[in-house]
Design a protein around this ligand. Sequence first.
Ligand code: SAM
Length: 396
Amino acid sequence: MQHPQTLSLPEPDAESAMHSDCVAEFIRDRIRDAGGQISFAEYMHHCLYAPGLGYYSAGSAKFGAAGDFVTAPEVSSLFGIILSRQCAEILAQIDSPAILEIGAGSGKLAADLLKGLADCGALPEQGYKILDVSADLRERQASFLRRHVPELLNRVEWLNALPEDFSGVVIANEVLDALPVERFVRREQCIAQVCVVTDGDEFSLVETEAPAMLIEAVEKIEAFLGQSLPSGYASEVCVAAPRWAADICGSLRDGAAFLFDYGTSRREYYAAQRSGGWLRCHYRHHAHDNPLILQGIQDLTSWVDFTAVAEAAVDNGLDIAGFVTQAQFLIGGGLDNYLADFAELPTDAQLKLSAEIKLLTLPAEMGENFKCLGISRGNLQPPTAFEFGDRTTSLG
Ligand SMILES: C[S@@+](CC[C@H](N)C(=O)[O-])C[C@H]1O[C@@H](n2cnc3c(N)ncnc32)[C@H](O)[C@@H]1O
């Protein structure tokens, strides 16, 4: 396979470079143990989640200016405040509800949501639960919440697994894109799986015979599209995403989930002109497409096929509450209410707020590529943030 192009990236400092060498060594050992190759999904899993080593398991900065990327809650507290009003609408319709945030990152969204809910008198009776695979991030979330919302910390509980029976609101911002993806290539007579091999210290990609689960996943996509993908077409499929969504649906007895991420409908995801796929690597605010370097110190991520997530929800008995862009969610959720006193703000605050709103809502920034899929169970009023520009029909 063609080796992806590597742009000129900042040099890691000595400590990060040493850490990355350890992660690379760990992965080389896994490849050797597996007889010479591992699937791309397994490689991505080790890069991100190898215990004590992976990008999310170890202690690098990740979020914000000092890290590798910014997420909507890191850009502005407005994101969490508007979302808190949407949560309040759902919580008011449910007995004994809780909030469950999956993949809470730095803890910034949790702090904003807790403050927003407290401000409108809607703190959930059963508290705020966080489920995160990263022990390092769980500690950082606790420390962030201790510093920023000490009076609300006693409402927060960290879970080790999804609750068996949950009523309330589930939130996940940029978690689906962090689930490992399989990479494949459509060949004339078969579907090839992309695997990772080593040659000395170097990693490279090879095509091998795909296992049944990958063939099935790609054939499902082709059946949906009503035609085979063209020969040579390369892309990703996240077999973990429908399972992840199904697990959430299994846990959600009554309530709704807001799933935010960059992604699109399956039809657009696998459009002919999109051969090459959607995998991106983020290192110190540089986006590039070489996942075979900087193991454990760069983020690997792929866009989300929201049709796959919506299908899993419907198959598990949930309804689609709405599918909107992040800009539409924020506008439908009442962004303008938070701008009522804009003219009275000092100039520097006005400039800061305008910059945040631009980043969150402009189509060329996060406004259009980021979407929110809402799924719900029970007889709930649809959240108002889905009233404007719903594009659920694009998922079919
Ligand atoms: C890209 S970060 C997003 C963090 C945060 N939600 C934000 O918007 O800033 C992904 C987060 O999801 C967590 N994560 C990844 N896979 C997960 C899973 N299967 N279950 C729970 N948390 C997960 C990571 O540890 C990390 O906290």
